[in-house]
Design a protein around this ligand. Structure first.
Ligand code: OXD
Length: 308
């Protein structure tokens, strides 16, 4: 029985080490040293190119090496092969850190002080309490809920928006297209943690920005195509939005001439908000393999029709 890892090369050794130690019965292989592909039953990969999947006649489960599955070609995977997304403590902790850092930096005016320092200006601003800021999270899945929980510890006023209602203590919940407007109307900082699907592509657009309070800030840690870049630039330049923190862009890497690079109110990181950590992900993935072997339902299987 074999399991093939065909993803991020620098972290392959840590995955292999874990499986060889804790699951010696599974033949853990690392691409391109894959041996006979006829034996491969489990695949851990970022993408599922059709020509590669066609070479795996015994594939039983596809494990995405990342939390998102929008880059996976579902049609390449036979219907009987479940697609499992990565939900593991390391990826969640990374996202919680990144978003907390962004929210706190906005809340405590760090970007303004950076600009003031560059201009040699000593200008103390008001220090409002966290409770006076409303932070809204779009997408209340595993990552969104973990972010909200951590932000609650700072005392922010919190709200969340989801496709279907998700109730959480201390968070005002909104659901579906009808409640998007009232949700947005209160957000001083809007965080996008939505999955990318045809329904959410381009959701961060001019109309949405116009429904936020004037001067709101955006943090996009979803996917680049959630955002209509030209609409963001227009909203920033008109003062409708004050700042944007972007960890994702379309395309990635962002093209050299893109206006985001030079924009003084766009803070950009190269898709590093969170990463799958082999040390915490491998035990979770192995437990899912064991469930499959015992004939039990797998955890974190995506719904192909929803796209996440
Ligand atoms: C992921 C990502 O989906 O890194 O895990 O974006």
């Amino acid at each position: 029985m074999s399991i093939l890892y065909r993803s991020d090369a620098p972290r392959a050794a840590a995955w292999a080490h874990y499986f060889r130690k804790f699951a010696p019965d599974l033949d853990f292989r690392v691409w391109p040293d894959a041996g006979d592909l006829d034996d491969v039953e489990y695949l851990i990969a970022w993408q599922a190119p059709a020509e590669f999947i066609a070479k795996l006649p015994r594939l039983k489960v596809f494990f995405s090496s990342g939390a998102g599955v929008d880059h996976v070609d579902f049609s390449a995977l036979p219907e009987h092969v479940p697609i499992v997304r990565m939900v593991e403590p390391g990826i969640i902790d990374g996202m919680v850190e990144y978003v907390s850092l962004g929210v706190l930096a906005l809340h405590r005016d760090f970007f303004d002080y950076q600009a003031a320092k560059a201009a040699g200006v000593w200008n103390p601003l008001e220090v409002p309490p966290a409770s006076s800021r409303t932070i809204g999270v779009m997408g209340m899945g595993a990552l969104g809920r973990a972010v909200l929980e951590r932000l609650a510890s700072y005392g922010f006023d919190l709200r969340g928006w989801n496709r279907s209602l998700r109730v959480m203590d201390g968070v005002e919940s909104f659901a579906g297209p009808d409640q998007l407007q009232p949700f947005l109307a209160g957000c001083d900082v809007l965080i996008c943690l939505l999955p990318l699907t045809p329904a959410t592509k381009g959701i961060l657009n001019r109309e949405l920005f116009s429904l936020l309070p004037v001067g709101a800030a955006l943090i996009n840690v979803g996917r680049g195509p959630h955002l209509v870049d030209a609409d963001l630039l227009e909203a920033l330049d008109a003062g409708q939005l004050s700042r944007a923190i972007l960890d994702v862009t379309e395309p990635e890497p962002l093209s050299a001439e893109h206006p985001f690079w030079a924009h003084p109110r766009v803070f950009l990181t190269p898709h590093v908000a969170s990463m799958t950590q082999p040390e915490s992900a491998a035990p979770i993935l192995l437990e899912n393999v064991r469930r499959h072997q015992r004939g039990e339902p797998l955890k974190d299987v995506i719904d192909r029709s929803r796209g996440y």
